[in-house]
Design a binder for this molecule. Structure first.
Ligand SMILES: NC(=O)C1=CN([C@@H]2O[C@H](COP(=O)(O)OP(=O)(O)OC[C@H]3O[C@@H](n4cnc5c(N)ncnc54)[C@H](O)[C@@H]3O)[C@@H](O)[C@H]2O)C=CC1
Ligand SMILES: Nc1nc(=O)c2c([nH]1)NC[C@@H]1CN(c3ccc(C(=O)N[C@@H](CCC(=O)O)C(=O)O)cc3)CN21
Length: 292
């Protein structure tokens, strides 16, 4: 199956979609329905997150295997440094590789629930660049994606240091950068320009999350340190008791935002679909991507 290193060639456009491991059987059924809907748009890969505290580490591999075997679509497994020793990380990578997974999203990881700051495990890794280096050392052919922060990572000392840290990840061998979700394209443009100036030359893929619910997006943007433009927030607030109106505003906004990015020549878009298909379907169709 395709590796991230083979994507984003000039003249191509690659869609990708992100999901998370559900916590119930009902959640599983919903996820498989979502995958069936979205796979028709032939994403270059589907990525599956890795639960905080490594809670879903086996599930992430299982779901990636299902994405590849049942849905015939390349998978990218998210992978974090949280709670694992070096040896445990290598063991997980071996399992992933044996399951046929060719792509890893290499992350430091969020602190486990109830913990404010990230504390590295004894004998573990502290930063994502160390994880990238570990993967490159033991599995040199693996496709590797890393996270980039147009609005700066919440733990970062400042924007410049954060960018220097992104460069460490790319220099350690990452193939592409996937951005944290953002709603203001000018943030992305500035970020991309700063990346080039800092000597980061790999593809930078915007990460877009369609808004489907005002409450949910407020929760998620707080977690991700992403800003909702004042005007958009006001519009959503004015229909806070109308779920359908919130969805419509979210879809309209994402279509405009993505169309602008495509017109600007981005090599792909990574969609934070997060186990839901209706908004993505509407957006894909409006952008001229049609079902196979
Ligand atoms: N889909 C997912 O699962 C995603 C998860 N995230 C989460 O975002 C958080 C950060 O992850 P990453 O971006 O992978 O972490 P990272 O290790 O690249 O960066 C984390 C923080 O440490 C700083 N830093 C990085 N390398 C450093 C170094 N060598 N020396 C000193 N400081 C350094 C960075 O500036 C940043 O503030 C995690 O909580 C991750 O799980 C982010 C995007 C997507
Ligand atoms: N700091 C950070 N951590 C992440 O894990 C992360 C990011 N940023 N940025 C991009 C995406 C967004 N992620 C998300 C966001 C929301 C859900 C989500 O929908 N969670 C459910 C609850 C999960 C459950 O209990 O089943 C929700 O309704 O909020 C999952 C992954 C993963 N990614």
């Amino acid at each position: 199956m395709t590796r991230i290193s083979e994507l984003y060639q000039s003249g191509t456009f690659d869609l990708s979609v992100e999901i998370f491991p559900p916590k119930s059987e009902k959640g599983d059924a919903n996820l498989f329905k979502t995958l069936e809907e979205l796979i028709g748009y032939q994403p270059a890969f589907v990525s599956c997150t890795y639960g905080a505290g490594g809670s879903t580490s086996k599930r992430t591999i299982e779901l990636c295997k299902i994405i590849q075997d049942r849905f015939q679509t390349p998978a990218t497994a998210h992978f974090t440094c949280v709670v694992s020793t070096r040896e445990e990380l290598i063991e997980w990578l071996k399992n992933a590789s044996e399951a046929g997974i060719n792509n890893i999203m290499a992350l430091r990881g969020d602190p486990p629930e109830g913990q404010e700051t990230f504390i590295p495990a004894d004998g573990g890794l502290r930063y994502a660049n160390e994880l990238v280096a570990l993967i490159r050392e033991h599995f040199p052919k693996m496709g590797i994606g890393v996270a980039g922060y147009p609005e700066v990572h919440p733990d970062a000392v400042d924007a410049k240091t954060d960018l220097a840290n992104l460069k460490r990840k790319v220099d350690a061998g990452a193939d592409a950068v996937y951005t944290q979700l953002f709603f203001n394209n000018s943030c992305f443009h500035d970020f991309r320009e700063r990346c080039v100036q800092a000597g980061i030359h790999c593809p930078i893929i915007p990460g877009i999350m369609p808004i489907t619910e005002f409450k949910r997006i407020q929760r998620i943007t707080a977690m991700c340190n992403s800003t909702l433009p004042v005007e958009l927030k006001g519009k959503l607030e004015s229909v806070k008791d109308d779920a359908t109106a919130q969805f419509e505003i979210g879809v309209e906004y994402a279509i405009k935002q993505c169309q602008e990015l495509i017109d600007d020549g981005v090599p792909g878009i990574h969609f934070y679909a997060l186990n839901r298909s209706p908004a993505c379907k509407r957006i894909f169709e409006a952008l001229g991507f049609h079902k196979r």
